[in-house]
Design a protein around this ligand. Structure first.
Ligand SMILES: [Zn+2]
Length: 208
């Protein structure tokens, strides 16, 4: 069980997970979520295979930067998400990032599948873009890369090589879902909401 500041972080992460589940962005035990713990190289992360509509505080576990489940969470049958490697890679890449969130919404899945050959989605001129950290105006070009899906996380990360920069706030995996991150859990949660709103706008404007 988490204590002190880790308990505060775990509780905030749980609240975000429950919110995403209510929105229908985490069906059929899919999706995964993490936050950097009070130790820089240890992360609070959702355990694998849990129905997100029933997700509880004790479904959050602690891992190190190699993805190993740490004591006292390393009991038989407890596994970190199959996509843990993406989380640890993002924390290594962006030392200022303290939360990584991954959702599977219908619109995110559909758009990432349909637009896969374009390799990115571009959003411009919408007020909601200010929901993304560092954006102070709607007059900018927000790029969301789209990479092919794979069950091999290294392959997904390979396709993102050269596309990670401080300017982007997330990426889509084709026919799969969204990864986004932030300096705080609140910022990362806001990024999920912002991208979902942008997906709705994009979808509506093009009437797929
Ligand atoms: Zn996924």
């Amino acid at each position: 069980m988490f204590k002190g500041s880790n308990l505060v972080k775990a509780s905030e992460l749980l609240e975000a997970i429950q919110f995403f589940s209510h929105k229908g962005w985490s069906p059929a035990t899919s999706t995964n979520y993490s936050a950097r713990s009070e130790m820089k190289d240890e992360f609070i992360i959702s355990r694998s295979g849990v129905d997100k509509s029933k997700f509880q505080l004790n479904d959050l576990i602690l891992i190190n930067n190699q993805g190993d489940v740490l004591n006292p969470f390393n009991t038989p049958g407890v596994k970190s998400s199959a996509e843990t490697e993406i989380h640890t890679a993002l924390y290594e890449l962006f030392p200022e990032v303290n939360c990584v969130l991954h959702t599977h919404s219908v619109k995110g899945t559909v758009l990432s599948q349909i637009l896969q050959s374009e390799k990115e989605m571009v959003f411009e001129g919408l007020e909601i873009l200010k929901g993304l950290e560092g954006n102070s105006t709607h007059q900018l070009r927000e790029v969301l890369p789209i990479v092919p899906n794979s069950q091999d996380m290294e392959e997904i990360l390979f396709h993102m090589k050269g596309k990670f920069s401080p300017e982007i706030h997330g990426f889509l995996i084709g026919g799969h879902g969204l990864y986004t991150w932030g300096k705080t859990i609140a910022a990362a949660k806001r990024h999920v909401e912002t991208f979902e709103f942008l997906f709705e706008c994009y979808f509506t404007m093009r009437r797929f």
